[in-house]
Design a binder for this molecule. Structure first.
Ligand code: ARG
Length: 560
């Protein structure tokens, strides 16, 4: 039973022939005294050529009233008050039976989805942008799974390109094996930076870098050996990060290098279809007046980023037969993905299967995040500072807590992830450590804290036997119930809109409604039937909060 859908159907049956079922908009009034749902009838005025009040009255007269407690016409709105008792018992019973499966559905049955996310570049520390890609991608993966899809998660490592020629030269010239082993990505990046400093003084180094890249292209043993080692060491670093973040396994890590030979198949295919044009020695595909041509092959004959991306798309389509492929990549690559889509179109692929899931920057005081020294901040430092602050709060609030390390990690890492996901992805986010970690704001720790509150209440949980006829509902109770009731809808919506923030905001809302109820009554001091009811309601809230956070990739401590 989904009440919103039912209301829509009831209205549709009245206005049939004139409106489409999908077009009917149902709102939730800000002031809950105005009703549980409201239908703005302005939406029908144009089509029906009647004023909204008349339309609202027509609906009110014809709607099967027995299903609803009360229906009112106010202004151009039809306000609906639900038959609450039925919803209360059915929602709680459903959650108590389905437990963490509550909210699951099989909309995606038989559909294959590929989510490509994280995709860091080897020989460089995992950046803040990769953090965003990782947490958004991970959440979307979980949300798709919850909606019954078959999901494949891919990590398109940035492991190929001319820059690695420079890193190789730098390592051979100034590198230290032990240092690289101890701190691979940072050390390799230092070498790369050194290369640029030295090349400023001695431009001849650029040619040395190119030579090494050519050796790699020509599969020279020493070059391949070095490059594979850089990759292996970098992956070790990345996997440490995934471990801290709690990122689930990827189905494959086939990065750019995997597609470097297949990229030549793409060039041949474009050639055969007569789509390649010569431009200053390079080869491009013209993809429209409004956009710059896609550069496919450089004048020295080598492939580039986009060529490897095209090869990856075609290969993945064959391998995974996907219905949709999501690319979780920052806003700055918008042109790149538009070019890919257009080239794919020219090649006869259905490029609307490709969804560019773009996102904004994480900023500190309006600027890109940096360390005190002014260099760009890496992820490990960010996570460390969050875990340390979480630890400090625990020492203050709950000094006798067991496994403080583990809990600080759950809180610190969870806070960073939640702070990211509560914002609509395409927006830039301002990062403030204290705010992110606050136990009382719109934060991950606030949701976690609410759940620990529930856990300690549940130590008194004995029975789920409730006589619902004897339960008197009030606003606080009802607000929690309607939140719980709407969880399955949120699961669908956040998938349909590729928007984990929908779910994160929902969890904040549920936490806040639950806490208001918690403050309004002493749950354990009521008569038995009532206490049982409150405890079941609490248990159900805990189940939904925990499952919702799991979907966002965040763990819940039992105590904090
Ligand atoms: N490695 C790239 C970067 O760090 C991101 C890769 C995005 N995915 C893709 N298929 N192009 O910028």
């Amino acid at each position: 039973m989904n009440i919103k859908e039912e209301i829509k159907k009831d209205i549709y049956n009245i206005l049939k022939d004139q409106v489409q079922l999908e077009d009917i908009i149902i709102e939730k009034p800000k002031d809950k005294k105005m009703g549980d749902y409201a239908i703005p009838c302005f939406q029908f005025s144009k089509i029906l050529k009647k004023n909204p009040i008349d339309i609202a009255n027509t609906i009110k007269e014809n709607i099967p009233t027995s299903k609803y407690q009360k229906i009112e016409v106010v202004g151009g709105y039809l306000n609906i008050f639900l038959e609450k008792k039925v919803i209360v018992s059915s929602t709680l019973n459903r959650i108590m039976t389905e437990l963490d499966h509550y909210g699951s559905n099989d909309i995606g049955k038989g559909k294959n989805i590929v989510v490509e996310y994280s995709s860091p570049n080897i020989a460089k520390p995992f950046g803040i942008g990769h953090l965003r890609s990782t947490v958004i991608g991970e959440a979307l993966k979980n949300i798709y799974l919850k909606n019954g899809y078959q999901v494949y998660s891919l990590n398109f490592l940035g492991d190929y390109g001319t820059q690695f020629g420079k890193v190789m030269y730098a390592y051979i010239t100034w590198g230290d094996e032990q240092k690289v082993k101890e701190n691979p990505t940072q050390e390799l990046k230092n070498l790369y930076v050194k290369f640029h400093e030295e090349a400023k003084k001695d431009p001849a180094l650029e040619e040395e870098g190119r030579k090494w890249f050519r050796r790699l292209e020509e599969k020279d043993e020493e070059a391949i050996g070095l490059w594979s080692w850089f990759k292996e060491e970098s992956l070790k670093d990345f996997k440490k990060t995934y471990h801290i973040l709690g990122t689930t396994e990827f189905n494959d890590y086939n990065g750019e290098s995997y597609y470097k030979d297949k990229a030549y198949d793409v060039i041949n295919l474009l050639e055969k279809k007569d789509l390649l044009e010569e431009s200053q020695g390079a080869k491009v595909v013209n993809i429209g007046e409004d956009i710059i041509p896609a550069l496919i092959q450089k004048s020295d004959g080598t492939s580039i980023y986009i060529t490897r991306d095209l090869a990856a798309y075609i290969d993945r389509l064959e391998k995974y037969k996907f219905d949709e492929i999501l690319y979780v990549v920052g806003n700055e690559q918008a042109l790149h993905f538009e070019q890919i889509k257009r080239v794919l179109n020219k090649l006869g692929y259905q490029s609307d299967k490709l969804k560019y899931i773009n996102f904004g920057l994480l900023l500190q005081n309006g600027k890109k995040m940096s360390t005190r020294g002014g260099t760009s901040l890496n992820l490990q430092e960010l996570l460390d500072s969050a875990m340390n602050l979480a630890r400090k709060y625990i020492e203050e609030k709950n000094p006798t807590l067991e496994n403080k390390d583990e809990v600080s990690k759950m809180i610190g890492v969870g806070a960073v992830i939640f702070n990211d996901l509560k914002n609509y992805r395409t927006n830039d986010i301002e990062f403030n450590l204290e705010e992110t970690l606050s136990f009382t704001g719109n934060t991950g720790p606030y949701v976690q804290y609410t759940n620990t509150r529930i856990n300690s209440l549940l130590e008194h949980y004995t029975s789920s036997n409730i006589d619902y006829d004897r339960i008197e509902l009030n606003e606080y109770i009802w607000n929690v119930i309607i939140d719980l009731y709407e969880f399955p809808e949120i699961i669908q919506k956040s998938r349909a809109e590729y928007d984990p923030s929908e779910l994160a905001k929902y969890l904040l809302n549920l936490s806040s409604d639950y806490n208001k109820l918690y403050a309004s009554v002493k749950m354990l001091n009521e008569e038995e039937n009532k206490t049982n009811f409150y405890l079941v309601l609490s248990k159900c809230s805990g189940i939904v909060l925990t499952e919702g956070m799991r979907l966002l990739g965040i763990k819940m401590p039992n105590k904090m």
